[in-house]
Design a protein around this ligand. Structure first.
Ligand code: UTP
Length: 406
């Protein structure tokens, strides 16, 4: 792409300020900037500035509870194990995030959760997955989503650790796309004089990124019909859980979601409910006080079930929605950007809006969803923050309670 063409492209989106230092750059830097402009999907800017569509009619949605699951445990387990053994289940690890709240510079999965022992988040997850594959007697294809920023480091780390004993042939990597970082007026920030500030485009694009990486062919060849998608940062995460898979299949649902009963009305988790008759996740900040505090006659919260980013999707249903644009969310985060004196500084405070699609919005595109309740003490130990709630300390406590030696 030549300068003139890049300028015209930027003009369409009100972003010509990105070329303000062009004349001061070396020819390599100029070429790199023009290439970045050529590769960027600027249409996300328009979507990001669109007003959010108002919510439809919200209604509570019940779950398959822990006690109901216990009663049917053997039945569900068998259905799930049969599905895994027949090769129809794949797992997708969402590991493209930046962990800005945790303050880690590399991939979150390499974060040390061990105290006296070497124990990374990745190892916790592989151990949990291997409990299932040992029981099933077969490995589950594992698709790992990384981002441009952490792809090389993630691969090098996992290869060095020999995937903690997981068969390498069952692991596939794919890289998610990047999106521009903007200021409050929708202007893209510069990271340096020759580079736009960009960040991974959220965890909602994982299926389209798999498609771009050619992995839908792998799904087809291997006859994978279910994908269990989960976050990297829950060290108690149970992947390809046979009972969860079995319960979703037995309920004849096209989608399943692990949920926990909210600890209190103000807990910061998204709640799974019905919106205009379809499953939908309402984020904690979208809930009104009334909705948050509404209770059933027995005292339990009406909007009770929080999601923990562990979903089961049917591949044929995902394919049907591939062409749909997911809503774009703006997340105010601290990002490295160019300062007035020409240096790049990572701000301590949030200073830019990352543009992200979210996997939770995919749930609303499904016909129905089984809410599968799990015990938070056994399955929910998120590592989001350096300290306080959902932090390294709280996760370590929960790991210890579950008998993990740290
Ligand atoms: P979070 O929403 O907690 O984001 O990710 P994050 O980037 O890890 O952390 P913060 O917000 O910067 O502190 C939830 C899950 O989604 C993945 C993360 O790796 C984590 O497993 N994710 C998030 C992606 O794979 N890509 C993204 O662009 C964002």
């Amino acid at each position: 792409m030549q300068y003139q063409e890049a300028y015209q492209r930027l003009e369409l989106y009100g972003q010509t300020h990105l070329l303000q230092y062009y004349d001061t750059l070396s020819s390599e830097q100029q070429a790199a900037l023009l290439q970045q402009i050529a590769d960027m999907d600027f249409s996300v800017l328009e979507r990001a500035m669109q007003k959010e569509t108002p919510r439809g009619k919200l209604e509570p949605l019940g779950a398959c509870t822990i006690s109901e699951i216990a009663e049917k445990q053997a039945e569900y387990r068998k259905i799930g194990l049969d599905a895994i053994r027949s090769g129809s289940v794949g797992a997708v690890l969402l590991a493209g995030g930046q962990g800005s709240r945790l303050g880690c510079s590399g991939p979150k999965g390499v974060f040390q959760i061990g105290v006296n022992n070497d124990l990374t988040i990745f190892e916790c997850l592989f151990r949990n997955l291997m409990e299932v594959t040992a029981e099933a007697g077969v490995a589950v294809p594992l698709f790992i989503m990384t981002s441009e920023t952490n792809d090389a480091e993630t691969k090098t780390f996992l290869e060095k650790k020999q995937f903690f004993g997981y068969p390498k042939d069952f692991v596939y990597f794919f890289v998610q796309e990047m999106a521009p970082v903007v200021d409050a007026d929708g202007k893209i920030l510069l990271e340096t004089k020759s580079r736009m500030a960009v960040s991974p485009n959220g965890n909602g694009g994982w299926f389209s990124s798999m498609q771009r990486a050619g992995l839908l062919d792998v799904l087809e060849q291997k006859h994978i019909t279910w994908l269990n998608v989960f976050a990297v940062d829950n060290v108690l995460q149970r992947m390809a859980d046979p009972c969860f898979i079995g319960a979703t299949i037995a309920a004849n649902c096209t989608c399943g979601s692990k949920v926990v009963a909210k600890a209190n009305p103000d807990e910061k988790v998204g709640v799974l409910c019905l919106e205009d008759g379809k499953p939908s996740i309402v984020e904690y900040f979208e809930m009104t006080d009334d909705m948050r505090n509404l209770r059933e006659p027995d005292g339990t919260l009406t909007y009770r079930y929080g999601v923990i980013l562990n979903y089961l999707f049917r591949v044929d249903q995902l394919c049907k929605t591939l062409h749909c644009n997911l809503p774009l969310h703006r997340a105010f985060k601290s990002v490295a950007c160019l300062t007035e004196d020409g240096t790049t500084v990572k701000s301590e405070k949030p200073n830019g809006y990352k543009l992200e699609t979210l996997v939770l919005d995919m749930v609303h595109m499904q016909e129905n969803c089984l809410l599968y309740e799990v015990d938070r003490e056994r399955e929910f130990a998120p590592v989001k923050n350096a300290e306080g709630p959902d932090s390294i300390e709280t996760a370590r406590e929960l790991l210890k309670k579950n008998g993990v030696t740290l």
